[in-house]
Design a protein. Structure first.
Length: 398
């Protein structure tokens, strides 16, 4: 008979901690927190871990499969805990994952990169299950952590789990984009939700020299890059650290693309036809690669969609987000040149191809060579290598 009480002395958890330590993701100063703040405490009985083999979220219920549940908890995989803003209850996956437990390697890499010191105050944006707020509170103490969550139900569940561990951060229901002025100033802002625009409120609520650590991206695709910004006067400046992917802040999920609407405005038969020597391998580079991030930085108000390959052909679509411009490139195995269709006021494929050439001419720089400057009004400028060197405005899509 399996006890309903959570198992705390688990070989799988011990093994996970060892792997995180050996990889350097879990720094030695965070090891006591990993030991004390158990991911299992924060997870619901019904959850959806991501199966790396099947490349899908699969339901696991602790009441029916406790061994499978704990195996997922102690694996370095993301686990969805809410679908469709709570409208979907399961047991299968819903349409849009809206709350989750991040991979432990991601969580402790973020905590390591915060570079915390005793006495610091942290604003944690995106409470979720409460694990990150719990880790921060264990390290800094209850009076030093404020965590903000837009979903009242998610927030209440996290508060209950934190209390179960004897951890008492300030738990706030609200829009994380606005920060939380009542507890400011902070030394650090940590976001565990993806953003497309750095909120001016975060800059205003930080002390001079304070740091923002957040997953930042554009509407071009779902991928982000972690950015570490330091407050300098009324601005925040810093570099991107690595490619990541997070659920987006609810107010910044981005527009839904209506494919049929674009083709109704500019039918395929009326589109401008051409060809391109660029190959599928050059343009379709997959998640956690540099090129999609760079294209998002340099091609404003555009979203890419890569279709499945059928009968040796793969169409890649580009949609303008401020008008009905669209482009399609059809890559076919064995053909030297891909076919291109473009319609609307913009020539989106031409823009993408120009940025691709710009990127290659500079040595195909990875995300760590790019940075971001955000002023007090929220205006964003990206740059390559140096904020005083090659710099351009970044236009965000709500």
């Amino acid at each position: 008979m399996i006890s309903d009480a959570l198992r705390t002395d688990r070989p799988g958890r011990t093994a996970l901690g060892r792997v995180l330590l050996e990889s350097g993701v879990l720094s030695s100063d965070w090891a006591p927190t990993f030991a004390a703040v158990d991911r299992a405490t924060f997870l619901p009985e019904l959850m959806w871990p991501y199966d790396m083999t099947a490349r899908a979220s699969v339901a696991v219920d602790r009441r029916e499969d406790p061994d499978g549940w704990y195996a997922a908890v102690d694996s370095d995989v993301p686990i969805v805990t809410q679908w469709d803003d709570g409208a979907h209850r399961g047991p299968g996956p819903g349409r849009l994952a809206t709350s989750s437990s991040s991979m432990p390697s991601v969580v402790y890499a973020l905590l390591r990169d915060l570079d915390l010191a005793e006495g610091m105050r942290v604003l944690d944006v995106g409470t979720g299950i409460g694990e990150t707020a719990g880790a921060l509170t264990h390290r800094l103490g209850s009076g030093h952590v404020t965590t903000v969550e837009v979903d009242a139900t998610v927030s209440a569940a996290a508060r209950e789990r934190l209390c179960r561990l004897g951890l008492y951060p300030e738990v706030v229901v609200g829009d994380g984009f606005e920060g939380h002025l009542d507890s400011a100033p902070y030394d650090r802002v940590l976001a565990t939700v993806g953003i497309r625009r750095v909120p001016p409120a975060w800059i205003r609520q930080l002390r001079p020299g304070g740091v923002i650590l957040a997953p930042w991206g554009t509407a071009y695709g779902n991928g982000d890059a972690m950015v570490r910004l330091e407050v300098e006067g009324e601005a925040a400046v810093g570099s991107f650290i690595r490619s990541v992917e997070f659920m987006k802040l609810r107010a910044q999920r981005g527009p839904v693309v209506d494919h049929a609407g674009y083709l109704s405005a500019g039918p395929l038969e009326d589109a401008e036809r051409s060809t391109t020597p660029l190959t599928e391998e050059e343009i379709v580079t997959g998640p956690f690669t540099d090129l999609p991030f760079v294209l998002g930085l340099r091609v404003p108000h555009c979203r890419q969609a890569v279709a499945d390959r059928r009968e040796g052909a793969r169409p890649v679509w580009f949609y303008g987000l401020t008008d009905r411009s669209w482009a399609c490139v059809m890559f076919r195995g064995g053909e030297r040149h891909a076919s291109v269709w473009q319609s609307g006021p913009r020539r989106l494929w031409d823009e993408v191809a120009d940025v691709y050439r710009w990127w290659r001419e500079r040595g195909s720089p990875d995300v760590t060579r790019f940075g971001l400057t955000v002023d007090a009004d929220g205006r964003q400028h990206a740059w390559l290598d140096d904020p005083a060197h090659e710099r351009w405005p970044v236009q965000h899509d709500a």
